[in-house]
Write a new protein. Sequence first.
Length: 133
Amino acid sequence: SHDTYLSSVQSHRSVNPWELEAFSQIGSLRRDIRSAFGSSDPVRAARSVATTATTLTDSLSGTLVRGSSAQSEGFRRVIEQIRSAAGRATDRIQGDKVASEEEVRASLEELRAAVERALEELRLVRDSSIPRR
């Protein structure tokens, strides 16, 4: 589970606090996306996920400035991909416009893929910060 993974990451004292925060926030977004796929109101759920994703990327962008390193450049790029996917999702399903089920699923799938890439990049950043013996 995600919580077990976070506990294992926390056991490495060399892991930066921003990495732990990023794992936590992105893991939460990942759960929200999964829930949205099965929601009884997928448009509302997708709107909520897009808003959460935008807020998360704003938060992580500020955090990453303080946690800057060469290894985190790939992660910065995927955070921008999440932000872009959230913007496209918002454009597809905004306001009173009735979005088709395909548009909603495509938006959620694009966000899901960006989140998975972000988690993979974050694992690479984490792995590069763990001292080797």
